[in-house]
Design a protein around this ligand. Structure first.
Ligand code: HEM
Length: 485
């Protein structure tokens, strides 16, 4: 086996599992054991840590036929019954492939790309409009992420979290988070089931049955709303409305296609809302603690827009610094520092080391995104210039940034939507506001030198903070932009 911390006879490395920003500890282990490929063991399960671009590429990309599965969760599959969650589907099955295929086809090809961009732009404008008066910028960013996904998928543009579809999806999201914190660990570490005091089964059963009801509502709820809208001619163009109107025009779809479509729509919310929210928090954090970066992006926007107006996708190619800034947010503060764990489906040998079938592979995306051989010096510093070539354009050679969205066959199918959305939201916020006076929750000033601790979770959130959004263009421009929607 490859090197790694020695661990204890019975518990293995269970006590070595880092409690804070685990990706940083794994980088330290890599240095200590002088290897980019490490192993850990807890009873019943072997883990491999992949600390470099080479080892991630060799296994997750080149050998993706055998390294694309997920940890099987009895909790999620058998008790909650959410076999329709793409992110946890068994790899290489027809069912998984057809979901990914339909996702790409409906969300990310032909007309859908321009419709998605239209919705992203409108959601960005609704966001800056709310930020003019709101006291809760975090709530507004979260609503913007949800607004974006619901408008793209169903043409629903919620004005608050009270929308019934949001309520039920947030409820299910919370249960998934609880499962991830507690119950899900039981699946990953089966021996925990035998430790006394572990999550009481009764509580879990109740949670599972609630989750099953919510899951059904999430899948079927918006359907009737869309049908009504189509019948009354009020439906906005969306993935769902296009699918249904084609059916109404006589383009029959099989029951299977309908089921997959329903699943894909619900998956977009569940996979896209927390991730996009987190990325938006990171944008605001980066701008707040790097005022010089903020000023430079604003100057670029002011020069390109040539007067008080709002940016849109037509300005994209003339705003390389804004693009570099968004790339740098994805690099410096990765939303998913470990992507999502992959699992192997066959015994394999790598560099002489045996990797048994069923091993969990932890791709340390954070380590790759902070690797100086890939991104230049001082990767712990936030510096959009690393993405800018001497001629001022965006450097396409730093394509490793894609690992912020995962690896191989499992790579995030929503990444194009995510990148467009975060870009247009960042550009809109920068144009409309100066973000100032960042304070931590104890009221201490935050600067680029402050130590920031991100949450130790699959989706790693930045520390909470307070900031001020000061309008920098006439408010009437923002009012007009949403009035004409
Ligand atoms: C900042 C935003 C986002 C980030 C950082 C992100 C990141 C990721 C990562 C790391 C994975 C796992 C890749 C792997 O296993 O190697 C993933 C999977 C997935 N993402 Fe995203 N994502 C984002 C936004 C979205 C959005 C907006 C959608 C939908 C519209 C989406 C849909 C999905 C789905 C369905 C999967 C499961 C794919 C599979 O397991 O086959 N994501 N994402």
């Amino acid at each position: 086996t490859p090197p790694g911390p020695p661990g204890l006879p019975l518990l293995g490395n269970f006590l070595d599992l880092p409690k804070k920003e685990a990706w940083k500890t794994y980088i330290e282990w890599g240095k200590k054991y002088n290897s980019d490929f490490l192993s850990m063991k807890v009873p019943g399960q072997r883990f491999f840590i992949l600390n470099s671009s080479k080892v991630c590429h060799d296994l997750l990309v080149k050998k993706s036929t055998i390294y694309s599965d997920r940890p099987h969760s009895t909790m999620l599959y058998d008790l909650i019954g959410v076999g329709w969650l793409i992110v946890f589907m068994k790899a290489n099955t027809e069912y998984w492939k057809i979901h990914r295929y339909l996702f790409r086809k409906e969300f990310d090809s032909g007309d859908s790309t321009s419709v998605n961009k239209y919705h992203a732009l409108q959601a960005a404008r609704r966001l800056i409009h709310r930020l003019l008066t709101s006291k809760d910028y975090e709530g507004e960013l979260r609503l913007a992420a949800v607004d974006l996904i619901l408008s793209i998928t169903y043409g629903i543009t919620p004005t608050s979290f009270e929308h019934p579809f949001i309520q039920v999806t947030e409820a299910i999201n919370k249960i998934f988070a609880d499962v991830a914190r507690g119950g899900y660990l039981v699946d990953v570490f089966p021996f925990l089931k035998y430790l006394p005091g572990w999550i009481p089964g009764i509580q879990f059963q109740g949670m599972a049955s609630r989750a099953r009801t919510y899951a059904k509502d999430v899948l079927t709820g918006p359907y009737s709303e869309i049908q009504d809208q189509l019948n009354s001619g009020t439906a906005l163009s969306s993935v769902a409305s296009r699918f249904f109107s084609e059916m109404q025009e006589g383009n029959n779809r099989s029951e299977m296609e309908k089921e997959v479509m329903r699943n894909v729509l619900a998956n977009a919310y569940l996979a896209g809302s927390d991730t996009s929210t987190c990325a938006l928090y990171n944008v605001v954090l980066a701008l707040a603690i790097h005022p010089e970066v903020q000023k430079r992006a604003q100057k670029e926007l002011d020069d390109v827009l040539g007067g008080p107006s709002l940016p849109d996708f037509n300005d994209y190619s003339r705003l390389p610094y804004v693009t570099a800034l968004v790339n740098e947010v994805f690099r410096c503060y990765p939303v998913t520092p470990f992507a999502v764990y992959h699992v192997s489906t066959q015994d394999d040998v790598y560099n002489g080391y045996e990797i048994p079938k069923g091993s969990i592979l932890i791709p340390n995306a954070y380590a790759l995104l902070h690797d100086e051989s890939l991104f230049g010096p001082n990767t712990d510093k936030f510096n959009p210039d690393r993405f800018i070539k001497p001629d001022g354009t965006v450097n396409p050679d730093l394509s490793n940034i894609e690992v912020a969205f995962g690896f191989g066959r499992r790579a995030c199918p929503g990444r194009f939507i995510a990148k467009d959305t975060i870009w247009v939201m960042a550009a809109s916020i920068l144009t409309a506001f100066e973000i100032t006076d960042p304070l931590d929750m104890n009221g201490n000033k935050l600067t680029s030198e402050s130590t920031l601790e991100f949450t130790n979770a699959m989706i790693s959130f930045p520390p909470r903070m307070k900031v001020t959004f000061k309008p920098r263009i006439p408010e009437s421009i923002i009012h007009d932009a949403v009035k004409h929607q």
